[in-house]
Every structure is written in C-alpha cells, then in structure tokens.
Ligand binder design. Structure first.
Ligand code: SAM
Length: 164
C-alpha cells in the first residue's frame, strides 16, 4: 500500500511538472516534428508499418507527422494540458491521457513504437517496466524507434531531479 501511494505521488509530481511547463510554454518545441520522426517515417514506410504507438506523445508534434502520412497512430501522454493541445493539433491521432507505466490501455498491438525523449526520464526499474510494456504491445517483427539523450548531452535536463 505504502509503495503504491509513493508511486502515485511520484506520478502526480511528474504530471504537475509537465503541466506547469505546457501551461507556461505551450508548444514547447514548436510545431515541426523532430528530425528523428522523419527518419522513422522513412523506415516505417520501407517496412510497411500501418500502426504506431507513441508513448509520451506530448502535444503531438511527432504523432502528427505519422497520422498525416496515413498511419494509424495512438499517443499516450501524462500531462492533461499537453493531451488537450494534442487532440486539437493532431486530430487524426487517438490520444490517451495516462501514464506509459500503466500501459496497456487496450488490447491493441502495433507494428511500430516511436518514443522521443521518454526513456531517459525514468530510473532503472521504471525503464525496464516501460520497455517490457512496449514489447508486449508490439506485433511480431514490430519495430521500435527510441530516441534518448546521450550521457554526453550538454543541455541541462531539469526533469532528472524529479525522478531521484
Ligand atoms: C521531453 S517531453 C517529449 C514530448 C514529445 N515526445 C515530443 O517530442 O514533443 C516528455 C513527454 O513525456 C511525457 N511523460 C513523462 N512521463 C510520462 C509518463 N509516465 N507517461 C506518459 N507520458 C509521460 C511528458 O508529459 C512529456 O510530454
């Protein structure tokens, strides 16, 4: 019980942190997709991917690229503010408001998973949990495309402080 309460408290803190950022900064990284989303899209096309899961989808800048290229996309996002922005910004994607650590939210399996700058936000135990949950939602021969910060990344990652 105590452990569950602690986990809920941490998730609440994470949501508050991201809500505050999206409330103050709106579309924090602009409206264009990350370069990696374009690389992923080429790969997905090459391997005839039809459906994609986007955990930690933010306000939808990456999912929008996929959905506008006629892929079936589901995004999961913990911040209700980002979730609301995403539903308007990328109406072709189906967004779910929730934590990726609580996946799955349905029985669906996907041809690919695209995750941009989420994995490194978690500590070791949650990283494995997240990866296992992603794996369980992949179709056979599915593709995972994960982007993470390198340890050599120079930018200051404020979010780390929340997870320790
Ligand atoms: C660095 S941002 C990247 C957002 C998006 N991938 C993009 O590139 O625009 C990390 C995102 O993950 C979300 N996030 C953090 N922890 C999460 C969790 N446990 N479940 C779902 N989303 C989470 C945050 O709210 C935030 O939108």
């Amino acid at each position: 019980m105590e452990r569950l309460a602690k986990e809920i408290k941490i998730e609440r803190k994470i949501m508050d942190y991201w809500n505050k950022r999206y409330f103050n900064e709106g579309k924090i990284w602009g409206e264009l997709p990350s370069k990696s989303a374009n690389l992923a899209l080429n790969l997905f096309k090459k391997y005839n991917v039809k459906s994609i899961l986007v955990p930690g989808a933010g306000y939808g800048r990456n999912s929008k690229l996929f959905s506008e290229n006629n892929l079936k996309v589901v995004g999961i996002e913990i911040s209700n503010i980002a979730y609301e922005i995403a539903r308007k910004f990328d109406p072709k994607t189906h967004f779910i408001h929730g934590s990726v650590l609580d996946m799955p939210f349905d029985e669906e399996k996907y041809d690919a998973i695209y995750s941009f700058n989420i994995l490194h936000l978690f500590m070791r135990k949650e990283r494995f949990l997240f990866l296992n949950k992603c794996h369980a939602q992949l179709n056979d021969n599915g593709i995972v495309f994960f982007v993470v910060f390198s340890e050599e990344e120079k930018s200051k990652i404020v979010t780390y402080t929340l997870f320790y």
